[in-house]
Design a protein around this ligand. Structure first.
Ligand code: ATP
Ligand code: MG
Length: 438
């Protein structure tokens, strides 16, 4: 993409309304614009990142055996009366009346809708287990929308729902999502720690929040240092096999959010030098809730002996749009964002240091064509800005690599390649640039 033809409205000054670094950088780097409190437009650069996150989330859901569908944003109030949540949900629910005076709502979550779909379609235990997910916009009329997309009112969520004939099956479904989540966050370049979370009246051990440690996090969290260093991507995972060794490893050390925190246990189980008491951002939540919805909504199937069995369910959320804020909180410096390669909107910023100079223009145009032809996504700064301002923009928007092309280097057939994360610069022969990224 040529920057001269792109839509990248960056801001030089820090916007006054932004309290945390990710919000500031998202506005400054031209990723989003607020359209109303907690409601954002995704500008082209932000949308590319959102799509990249979605793609990784989707690949890992599919790998774990979940099946994608798409449910609407608008739901009928009647459905929520069946579960008893229509009144209980309170003011966070955006309620809408259509022209026929029918009560509707903008979905804050989808347990009711997916339960109704499965109830109407699955009649026998033979068609179980199933895990269905979608990636769809939600609306919650949060009391205090803040921190940009971190706590929005409209936000993008991946929500999956598992259906099983018994609790053992539900546990297996839960374990698959647990491991899929570990892989997802690791691929996004994040260290997310599963922490025991509230299970409500059901009890048990099957509720975890996935937390990124960050000073600006909304919850206080407590965990064992070693969890931060655990790695999941180094191993082959058979999702149909026994996942308990992985689960045991990741749940074997103390980790809890303030709701579940037990100071005495923390002190006795975690050696003082390994104790982390920090703040965290919740980027996902997985939850087993048994028959909470299947019972009131009559979602039953015929079991092996012909008896009617209420479906055992769990739900599994990932805050897709919140993740962009979380990634920036975890990965930035004074100059701006530092995107992990897996989600970067472009891989390379190609910077023409002397636009208007025929030799430099020609060299840049050629390099740009070669990079594109090699499938390396490149944002080519062919504008008339000064070099200093181009460098600042490239650092701000945080593409993993920069290629600086100027008259002095070109005289020797050389360009400069800069790694955004380490700041390391090296000289590369102009005909070796494409190979350096391939
Ligand atoms: P929170 O405690 O932050 O309000 P929640 O418990 O209401 O979260 P869930 O209903 O479990 O969240 O939703 C799944 C995921 O969706 C959360 O883990 C979070 O990453 C994301 N999420 C929830 N609310 C918001 C919001 N207002 N803006 C952006 N993302 C959100
Ligand atoms: Mg909430």
């Amino acid at each position: 993409m040529r920057l001269s033809r792109y839509f990248l409205p960056t801001l030089r000054e820090n916007p006054a309304e932004a309290q945390i670094v990710s919000h500031r950088l998202m506005l400054r780097a031209g990723l989003v614009r607020q359209s109303a409190a907690g409601i954002y437009s995704w500008l082209p650069l932000g949308l590319k990142v959102l799509r990249n996150i979605e793609r990784i989330v989707r690949e890992e859901q599919n790998r774990a055996g979940a099946i994608e569908l798409l449910m609407p944003t608008i739901q009928s109030a009647d459905l929520w009366r069946e579960s008893g949540r229509y009144d209980a949900y309170g003011k966070e629910m955006l309620r809408i009346t259509d022209r026929h005076e029918r009560e509707m709502l903008f979905g804050p979550t989808n347990e009711e809708l997916i339960t109704a779909i499965v109830r109407d379609s699955i009649k026998s235990y033979r068609d179980l287990p199933r895990n269905l997910y979608h990636i769809q916009w939600k609306f919650r009329d949060e009391v205090r929308p803040r921190f940009g997309v971190m706590r929005g009112r409209e936000f993008l969520m991946k929500d999956a729902y598992s259906f099983d004939i018994d609790k053992a099956g539900a546990r297996k479904a839960y374990e698959k999502m647990f491991v899929a989540y570990l892989r997802t966050y690791a691929r996004l370049g994040l260290k997310a720690i599963p922490m025991a979370a509230d299970t409500g009246p059901i009890g048990g051990d099957m509720s975890h929040e996935f937390i990124i440690l960050a000073e600006t996090g909304e919850s206080a969290v407590f965990c064992h240092q070693d969890l931060v260093d655990y790695d999941i991507l180094g191993q082959e995972i058979d999702f149909e096999g026994d996942l308990t060794p992985i689960i045991d490893r990741w749940t074997g050390l103390y980790a809890a959010t303030d709701e579940k925190h037990d100071e005495a246990r923390f002190a006795s189980e975690v050696p003082a030098e390994k104790q982390i008491a920090a703040r965290g951002i919740e980027v996902g939540h997985i939850f087993y809730f048994g028959t909470k919805y299947s019972k009131p909504m009559g979602a039953v199937v015929a079991g092996p002996n012909g008896e009617q069995v209420e479906l055992e369910m769990g739900s599994y959320g990932i805050g897709v749009s919140r993740l962009i804020g979380a990634i920036i909180e975890a990965s930035h410096d004074e100059g701006g964002i530092i995107w992990p390669e897996s989600v970067a909107p472009f891989k390379v910023a190609l910077i023409n240091l002397k636009s208007g100079d025929a030799t430099v223009d020609a060299a840049c145009d050629k390099l740009y064509a070669q990079l594109e032809a090699a499938g390396i996504e490149t944002l080519y700064d062919d504008t008339a800005e000064r070099a200093g301002s181009k460098f600042a923009t490239a650092d701000l928007i945080g593409l993993p690599w920069q290629v600086h092309v100027g008259p002095r280097g070109l005289a020797n057939g050389i360009v400069e390649v800069k790694n955004r994360k380490t700041g390391e610069r090296r000289e590369v022969a102009i005909d070796q640039v494409v190979a350096a990224f391939a």
